[in-house]
Every structure is written in C-alpha cells, then in structure tokens.
Design a protein around this ligand. Structure first.
Ligand SMILES: [Zn+2]
Length: 61
C-alpha cells in the first residue's frame, strides 16, 4: 500500500505526484522530475502524525 504525496519541483515549480511506502524510516533518494527531467533530491521521513513527509531540494545547491 503506497501513500500519494504531492511535491513541488524545485527547478520548474510544477507539482509532481510521488508514491511513497509508509513506515519507512528517513532516507534520501533522487527522483527525476516528470516535467523538466532534472534530478530532485528527496528526503523522506515520518512526520509527527505518523504519515510520511518529503522535502524536495535541488541537487546542485
Ligand atoms: Zn521540474
């Protein structure tokens, strides 16, 4: 069962739907933007309400 999360691409500003596995401890990964194809650095962690949360950052900061 996957959770659906909406993030904003830090490059082009488009909103992208991600499917994340709930219950996973915090981890980092890279996902290419489906609109501009640039690599988004994603940091996933469990939020205070127990639901997964994602931070999206540029890979070139
Ligand atoms: Zn983009």
């Amino acid at each position: 069962m996957l959770n659906e999360l909406i993030i904003q691409c830090p490059y082009c500003g488009e909103f992208i739907t991600l499917f994340v596995e709930p219950g996973i401890e915090s981890h980092d990964y890279i996902e290419d933007c489906t609109v501009c194809c640039r690599p988004i650095e994603l940091h996933q962690e469990i939020g205070a309400n127990g639901e997964p949360e994602i931070d999206a950052r540029r890979d070139d900061d």
